[in-house]
Design a protein around this ligand. Structure first.
Ligand code: BTN
Length: 285
């Protein structure tokens, strides 16, 4: 009988997310009361919106290792690889008017970039309205959805996809330059640690926004400091028009102000922004 050589290849399979670690670390805070984990889900935002309509309490968190129908902004798809990134949504029931909802997206994004900084040492930025960028590539995205009845906000769902341990270069179908913590640092980090850090920060910031303290003003300042586009020449595409101008700032509703080449001031509540780069910038971006 011939000797048979059996070749075995060992694939490193990603570990499932452990929600218990998160729950015990964020208790007794707002986000430690009800943490729901699903191995696979359609979309954490869609799932949490349904729970919100059924009366789920403020602070409920839904986390998944994989989404079969992950949603991005402007009806796009959010793509991620099973078990490698963070995919989660949180439920808030803010006592704020609808035009103040942007501040909540803002503190969510800031909690994200601060958590990434503390856990991985990487310095990421915010690209209006709610993308997290690093080195000219997308590290994460936020989808904010809320329900208003007769002018009163019933609930708000903040969903984030953050690229942690995958290698986006392996993917052929990504819409834009994409990165991850691993791609930037060559180190795998604990998704649980990032989420714990982020939720603790969000808890504190949300409390401060509720007090409507001067700290709320500080969030706008920090957001501007961390903005990738402020002071730069950008192109905004709204689906109806494409306008070039200098990104001058965001107002309290989250609208982006552009100063066009003829000096006009235009405000935009949504759209896709890209930075127009000079040749020397392109080399350094
Ligand atoms: C974007 O950049 O377009 C926003 C992406 C938001 C993706 C996250 S992943 C968790 C949550 N559930 C979803 O279906 N979408 C958000």
């Amino acid at each position: 009988m011939e000797n048979e050589t059996i070749k075995m290849e060992v694939f490193e399979s990603p570990e499932s997310f452990n929600p218990d670690i998160v729950e015990s670390a964020v208790k007794p805070g707002l986000f430690g009361k009800d943490i729901i984990y699903r191995d696979t889900i359609g979309s954490t935002n869609v799932f949490l919106k349904r729970l919100a309509q059924e009366g789920a309490s403020e602070g409920t968190v839904v986390i998944s290792d994989e989404q079969s129908a992950g949603l991005g902004r402007l009806g796009r798809e959010w793509f991620s690889k099973k078990g490698e990134n963070l995919l989660f949504s949180v439920l808030l029931r803010p006592q704020l008017p609808p035009n103040k909802m942007f501040v909540l997206t803002m503190i969510f994004a800031l909690a994200g970039i601060d958590a990434v900084q503390e856990i991985s040492g990487l310095n990421s930025m915010i690209k209006w309205p709610n993308d997290i960028y690093i080195g000219g590539k997308k590290l994460g995205g936020i989808l904010t959805e809320f329900s208003v009845v007769q002018g009163v906000v019933q609930y708000l769902v903040l969903g984030m996809g953050l690229n942690v341990n995958w290698n986006p270069e392996e993917e052929m179908t990504l819409l834009y330059p994409t990165s991850s913590i691993f791609a930037e640092s060559q180190e795998k980090v604990s998704r649980e640690d990032i989420l714990i850090n982020l939720l603790k920060r969000l808890d504190v910031s949300y409390y401060e926004v509720g007090l409507d303290s001067e700290r709320t003003e500080g969030f706008y300042e920090k957001w501007n400091e961390k903005s990738l586009i402020l002071g730069k020449t950008v192109v905004i595409e709204t689906g109806k028009e494409r306008i070039e101008g200098e990104a001058a700032g965001i107002d309290r509703d989250g609208a982006l102000t552009l100063i066009t080449s003829n000096g006009d001031e235009r405000k935009f509540l949504c759209g896709d922004v890209s930075v127009k780069m000079s040749l020397s910038d392109q080399r350094n971006f």
